[in-house]
Design a protein around this ligand. Structure first.
Ligand code: ATP
Length: 539
């Protein structure tokens, strides 16, 4: 694999992001702070749009998903149960010569301290042996700073969902299969933040935990578990879906989400984790990758991409861990299962009982429970099936907001070289965002600033659209300059109020020029139709 040292495209993107107010270095006036980034006016709008689209698609528009907004600091017991206290670490090494600290698996190239988008070779000094470095940020709760007051900034949003599973189940009137979605900040003290915002120390996640019935329960109720092809969308959810169908469903739903905001399938890559890569409790994990400008290329120039989102089938690990650590039951009661179980032939009951028992015992022993208590607990769990009880399994689509923003920016970035009559050429930039994510949906401009009738009409159009979408009013400079400014901001449409709007040609009274960003095409549209025309495209 070849990792390009110079990344001119990335540098151009970083510079445009700063110049146009998409992304700034955090605390820049004090020299910045490594791994932290701020979103400027355009970036903040872009981010808000992305999160709102995710929230709408994943929760509001579905019958089977409820939302949650939990705190960033939670009981430290949560991170013991999840395994983060014991194992959420990266191997870290120190260089005895330059005193730098690096991730052991990423030593050959590091981000340049002056230009984080550029990778530079690291010094070849002698290194210490790798040591585990826990990525959680630690703090103290309350006035006394000792071991009893240690708390952590959450390194992922998922755990709060598991910890609140029972409360959501009881208050939302949902029944398995159903999901809980959450968007929020996560913090990881990454050893070497790199690739601009791609690996930050403070970032946002959009996570769904979708709870499903274990395959043994599906088999008891439906007779068998549906088989699905490993690729392609399996269609509308069915009662006989087991974890494989649900997992495949969520991978494809997430790809559709990305396609719906302008990331064509060809810009994405997929990585199905191998059994060696999978966590012991996970059944499968597919990472959706985006082909970033900094993504590694092989000798033939093929690029796989870097992770945008991981979709994991996590079995019943998470709820089971919280049940064990909190002492509170995390299982559910399913009337349909209880009814179906009693009608099953004895051999079928025995077969399902044994498979459920084996899975539970396997989980318990792998989690450190001694053989004897593990078999006792697994027996109790498997006996629960007959009473309609089980611990739900989970499919987890977990996406990073900031990585998606970076992907959308890289995908939108394009340069247009214009040559004038004298042969002088100039490069302009167009951010070709999908209208659904574009920070500004429409630019509204009077043709001339010094004609009060044009200005008054333009302001009326701005005010007509403003309650519905983000509008930018601009009357400064030539109309060409104003269009160029909106192109750089990625505004998909511009509306110009000219003399025809005022009725110079009577048949064009109360119509405006509508300019399309990507091809410069101009249409004439009635003001009375403008709002609906735009809404159809930007929502
Ligand atoms: P990676 O292997 O790249 O470190 P991960 O597998 O640890 O990522 P997860 O724990 O699965 O990531 O987190 C889910 C999502 O959160 C990732 O797909 C990514 O989009 C986002 N994410 C994780 N770590 C970071 C980070 N340091 N900066 C920005 N986004 C992140």
């Amino acid at each position: 694999m070849v990792e390009p040292k110079e990344i001119p495209l990335m540098e151009k993107i970083v510079s445009l992001c700063k110049r146009r107010g998409f992304i700034f270095q955090s605390s820049e006036i004090y020299g910045g702070i490594n791994g932290f980034w701020d979103y400027g006016p355009l970036g903040a709008e872009l981010k808000r749009n992305v999160k709102e689209l995710w929230w709408n698609t994943m929760t509001r528009q579905r019958e089977d998903v409820a939302g949650l907004e939990a705190t960033i600091i939670m009981s430290p017991e949560i991170w013991k149960a999840s395994g983060h206290v014991a194992t959420f670490s990266d191997p870290m090494i120190d260089c005895k010569t330059c005193k730098g600290r690096f991730r052991a698996d990423q030593t050959n190239e590091i981000p340049c301290p002056q230009k984080p988008s550029k990778l530079v070779s690291e010094c070849h000094g002698e290194k210490t042996a790798p040591r585990a470095f826990n990525l959680m940020f630690q703090t103290y709760v309350g006035p006394v700073q000792d071991d009893s007051s240690i708390a952590y900034l959450r390194p992922e949003t998922a755990q709060a969902i598991f910890a609140q599973f029972k409360n959501v189940l009881e208050t939302s009137r949902q029944k398995v299969p159903f999901g809980i979605g959450q968007i929020g900040k996560a913090f990881r003290n990454e050893v070497t933040p790199r690739n601009y915002t791609f690996r930050s120390r403070e970032f946002e996640q959009m996570e769904l935990e979708f709870f499903i019935k274990p395959d043994e329960v599906i088999e008891a109720i439906s007779g068998s578990v549906a088989t699905v092809p490993e690729t392609g969308h399996p269609g509308e959810p069915q009662p006989d879906w087991g974890w494989q169908a649900w997992h495949q469903y969520w991978v494809e739903e997430r790809v559709r989400f990305y396609e719906g905001i302008g990331l064509d399938r060809s810009t994405l890559g997929f990585h199905r984790q191998t059994p060696a890569e999978l966590a012991h409790y996970a059944r499968a994990c597919v990472d959706i990758l985006f082909k970033f400008p900094f993504s590694k290329r092989d000798e033939q120039g093929n690029v796989a991409g870097d992770e945008l989102e991981g979709i994991a089938a996590r079995s019943d690990f998470d709820l089971s861990q919280h049940a064990r650590f909190s002492g509170k039951p995390m299982g559910v009661f399913d009337d349909e299962l209880r009814g179906a179980w009693g009608k099953l032939p004895k051999e079928k009951q025995d077969d399902l009982w044994k498979r459920y028992y084996d899975n539970r015992k396997n989980y318990l022993t792998k989690s450190g429970v001694e053989a004897e208590p593990a078999s006792k607990q697994a027996t109790e769990d498997a006996n629960g099936l007959a009473k309609g009880q089980y611990i739900p399994h989970v499919i987890e689509p977990s996406a990073g907001v900031d990585r998606l923003i970076l992907a959308l920016i890289a995908n939108a970035y394009s340069e247009v070289v214009k040559t004038d009559d004298k042969g002088k050429s100039e490069t302009t930039f167009v951010m070709k965002f999908h209208p659904r994510v574009a920070p500004i949906k429409v630019g509204v401009m009077p043709l001339l600033k010094n004609k009060p009738e044009l200005v008054a009409k333009a302001i009326a159009v701005r005010d007509l659209l403003r309650p519905w979408m983000n509008v930018y009013y601009d009357d400064g400079g030539s109309i060409g300059k104003r269009y160029a400014r909106q192109d750089e901001a990625g505004t998909p449409f511009c509306v110009t109020i000219d003399f025809d709007t005022l009725g110079e040609k009577p048949e064009l009274l109360d119509t405006v020029t509508l300019r399309h960003r990507d091809d410069g095409r101009q249409d004439r549209l009635k003001i009375s139709e403008l709002r609906d025309w735009l809404l159809e495209r930007v929502r």
